[in-house]
Each structure stands twice: as C-alpha cells, then as structure tokens.
Design a protein around this ligand. Structure first.
Ligand code: SF4
Ligand code: SF4
Length: 484
C-alpha cells in the first residue's frame, strides 16, 4: 500500500448494555477502506508520451475505422452472430473455426508473457483500452477544464456559470465519445451502415440500443471516473505481473544512488558541497503519474509503466542542466550495477525471452500455415434419426443422412458427394450440389447398399465431398446401419 495512504477514522460514542451512551467514553471506528482521493494527473510531453499518443491514434484508428471498411460487397470485418458467420477481410469463418480464436488467445497470452519479460507492463502503459481511453478522456478534460492546477481549483470552487459551462462541456464530450464508442462496438456485430441508418431514422433494435448504451456506459465510467482504480483494484494482470518480472526486466526506475539525498537547490549549487543528489524534489513525477504513486519509492504494483514520470523528470533535468535519465527504463540489475544502456539491453535478451519468442513465433507460424491451407468449405454429417434403414425401390438397403455444407469462400461452389466404406455403397440422391458464396446449406443424401452386401450391424463409412473447380475435398465419417 502507498505509505501516504490514510485510513478513515470516525469517532463514535461507546454505549452501555442498556443502550445509553457512557459519558466521556469515545471509541474510534476505523474503516478498512481508504477514502478515495481524486487524482489530477498533470499533462506531460516527451518521448514516451509521444509513443503513447502514437499508439492511442493507431489503436483508435483501427477500432473506429475498421467497421467502415468494405471488402467486395460486404463489411470487411463483421461478426454476424445471427447468421453465425464471421467475416475478417477475405476469411469467412464459421463457429466450427473457433480453434482459430483459441489460437489467437494463445498468441495474445504468449505476447503478454514476452512483452512483460522484456519490458514489464508495456501493454498497460501504451495499448490497454483502459489507458487509451483514460488518456483521451483526460485530454478532453484538459481542453474543457484546464490542466491539473486549474482542474483542482475548479473542483474546489463553488458552483458558478463558468463551472457549469466547463463541466457541462466536458460531460457533453465524454458522453458523445462514449456513445460513439458503443455504436462502433455494435457496428462489429451489425452492419455498421445499416446501423447508422437505423439510428438516423430512430428505428434501432432493442439489443443494439442495449449494447450501445452498455458499452458506452462502461467506457464513460471506466475512463471518466474509475481510471486508476481499474488498474489498481480490478485488473488481474496487476496481481500476477510480478511472477513474470525478474532483475533483467526493463521497468521504469528511479536511480536512487544518483538522486538521493533529494532536495531543492539553486541552479548553481555545488552538489558535492551541498551533499545533494540529482533529485530536486519538485514532485512533478508524482503529479504526472496517472496512478498517483511516487516512483522514488521503488517498483510498486500500481505502476503501469507509462513512462510519464521519466518524461517529466527528463524535462526537469534539462532545465537544471543535469544529465537525463534520473528516472528511466532500466532493469534492477542495470540500476544496481550502473550498467550502460548497451549492457542493459544485452541482458534483456536472456534465455527466458528467447524461449517465449521462439514459442510465440512457432504458434504464429502454425496458425498462418493452418489458415493458408484451410479448406474452402466445411462439412458436417448428421444421420437421419427418423428411420435407421429402409428397403428402397429395386430392393437395396437405404440410409438417409443430412449433410451441412458450409461455403467458406466468396464464390459459389459446385461440389460432388461420394461415399465409400462398403462394397457397392453409393449415393442415390443427386451427387452434385451447389452452395452459394458464404452460405451454409443442408442437403439430404440417400445412400444405398445392395441387399446382403454386408452383415447386419453398424458399419463405418466415409463421405467425400469434393470441389468440381479445385482439388479441395473434405472427408467426414459416419455409419451405415443394416438391420437384422
Ligand atoms: S521529477 Fe525527477 S527531479 Fe522531480 S521529484 Fe521526480 S525524480 Fe526528483
Ligand atoms: S510511476 Fe511513472 S511509469 Fe509508473 S504509472 Fe506512475 S508515471 Fe507511469
């Protein structure tokens, strides 16, 4: 816990068994929960801030822009839950392709392990939606209410026309952005142009309205009010990240040996004579911190590794004419042993990182190959449960199946159905079927076997569905039942 935190204490009267208050006796009720103190992060500029804004721009360009992109006649990225079809550029995925989602989750987890082993909470500080939206909401807050000190003054001031105007403008911008975010989110599941039209004519479905408002409200609450509380108390990643850190992980570090003893001084103070370190104790590193911690107290779980303190401290060092890097990305070993940047980077590339990178590369390669070799259609076989077997005209034994054929391409496909597994087994219904682009079709297939060609019982057979236009084919197993 932050050492500066104070528990809330409330004096209460002590009462006797009779219920009467005992004169002069007073006890103190101590809440186990710290009273929340609002954090007013000061805006900052610098290398890491530019990186963060670059990633804010990139991630939001992708998030808000992707639903509006077209691929042929359809939305490029659309998760059509109603039709159970997921379109990602040229890929048409079915629920049967969920293995790719599993692969994606494995890739994400491995990437997180790798990035954390290399440079701590990189994801948290630069690309996590909580950070990204908090950054945008803070920017809107700064535009309407001013920077840190102006916002603190405004909050402390009594209500006035100026305060109502500024707070109102902020709320208007926050709510508009939140609703736009909710709308965009829904646009990944409902064609976004159709959704926009429905919004304009006020004819939106109830589920769309619910998810727009729900997602928008989550954005508003998390980025507008919860902010660092999400990182400190709700996000599980903050809890297990320490398991992935070691002494060679790059973290935002304060160079205590160089900075202490801290203290104010004039520009021309001789540090050796005054017995001071490089830290001028300006507290700017605390003021810019989005989680309100003091990096000079060492690595804390609240630190999201955003580098804001490093940026501001560098600007302070520039002003007082000292070398940059009092607060910087370095490793525990690097700081303790005073390593150069090259030495630090050499130690970052340790076996653990190389193993993570190798596994990540292998999984990514396997996924890419699997996607490239993916069949252009899928087949599911379901036996007709209404009748096990029957005698067909001509005296043959007949079993009926239902084949679900899913076209995973953007063009119509002609497919030939054949069957094998028993001598004389053949498809008696129309063997060639056409499945339209991106459509799934149920086909009833009658399979016949000459009477007495096999013993009674259940016999394994296999359907083969082959494309007439390419070499692609899919084999699916089933059974042929011969009654006694
Ligand atoms: S910004 Fe740098 S100089 Fe200022 S208090 Fe923080 S560490 Fe010290
Ligand atoms: S201590 Fe520095 S790096 Fe960590 S969250 Fe605060 S400002 Fe960001």
């Amino acid at each position: 816990m932050n050492p500066s935190s104070k528990l809330q204490s409330i004096p209460i009267a002590v009462v006797a068994d009779s219920g009467a208050a005992l004169p002069g006796a007073e006890a103190e009720l101590t809440s186990l929960y710290e009273a929340h103190k609002k954090i007013y992060p000061r805006s900052v500029s610098g290398l890491f801030s530019r990186w963060r804004w670059g990633l804010v721009a990139l991630t939001q360009l992708v998030f808000y822009g992707l639903p509006w992109l077209h691929w042929g006649q359809r939305q490029a990225v659309l998760f059509d839950l109603g039709e159970r079809r997921f379109y990602i550029f040229n890929l048409v995925l079915y629920p049967q392709d969920f293995i790719y989602l599993t692969g994606l989750l494995v890739l994400s987890a491995l990437s997180l392990f790798l990035f954390t082993a290399v440079a701590g909470r990189l994801w948290c500080g630069y690309a996590c939606p909580q950070t990204v939206y908090t950054e945008i909401f803070l920017w809107l807050e700064k535009k309407t209410e001013g920077d840190r000190s102006a916002r603190m003054r405004l909050d402390a001031a009594p209500w006035s026309a100026n305060k109502v105007l500024r707070k109102g403008a902020k709320q208007l911008l926050w709510i508009s952005l939140s609703l736009w975010t909710g709308f965009t989110f829904v646009g990944y599941f409902t064609p976004v142009q159709q959704l926009a039209h429905e919004v304009l004519v006020l004819n939106v479905g109830s589920w769309e309205v619910f998810w727009c408002i729900f997602y928008g409200f989550a954005t508003y609450g998390n980025a507008g009010y919860m902010r660092e509380q999400v990182c400190k108390h709700m996000c599980p990643y903050a809890r297990f990240q320490s398991a992935m850190f070691d002494a060679d992980t790059l973290i935002v570090s304060y160079d205590e040996a160089r900075g202490e003893p801290r203290g104010a001084r004039s520009r021309h103070t001789d540090l050796a004579q005054a017995g001071l370190g490089s830290c001028v104790d300006c507290s700017l590193c605390v003021q810019v911190c989005p989680t309100g911690i003091d990096i000079r107290n060492g690595l804390q779980y609240e630190c999201i590794g955003c580098g804001a303190c490093a940026d501001v401290c560098d600007s302070v060092m520039d002003k007082v004419g000292y070398a940059r890097g009092l607060v910087k990305y370095s490793t525990q070993n690097g700081v303790q042993q005073n390593w150069s940047r090259a030495q630090v980077l050499r130690h970052v590339l340790r076996p653990r990182v190389l193993v993570y990178a190798a596994i990540l590369g292998s999984v990514a390669l396997a996924m890419a190959i699997s996607l490239a070799m993916r069949s252009p259609f899928k087949v599911d076989v379901v036996r007709d449960r209404g009748a096990l077997a029957r005698i067909a005209p001509g005296g043959k034994l007949e079993n009926v199946y239902r084949l679900q054929i899913m076209n995973a391409t953007e063009v119509s496909q002609d497919l030939r159905i054949t069957v094998e597994g028993l001598p004389g087994l053949e498809v008696a219904s129309e063997p060639v079927v056409t499945v339209d682009a991106t459509q799934a079709r149920w086909v009833a297939v009658r399979v016949q076997l000459p009477y007495d060609a096999a013993t009674p019982g259940s016999h394994p057979i296999a359907f083969d569905v082959a494309s007439l236009e390419s070499a692609a084919h899919v084999a699916e197993k089933s059974v042929f039942i011969i009654p006694r």
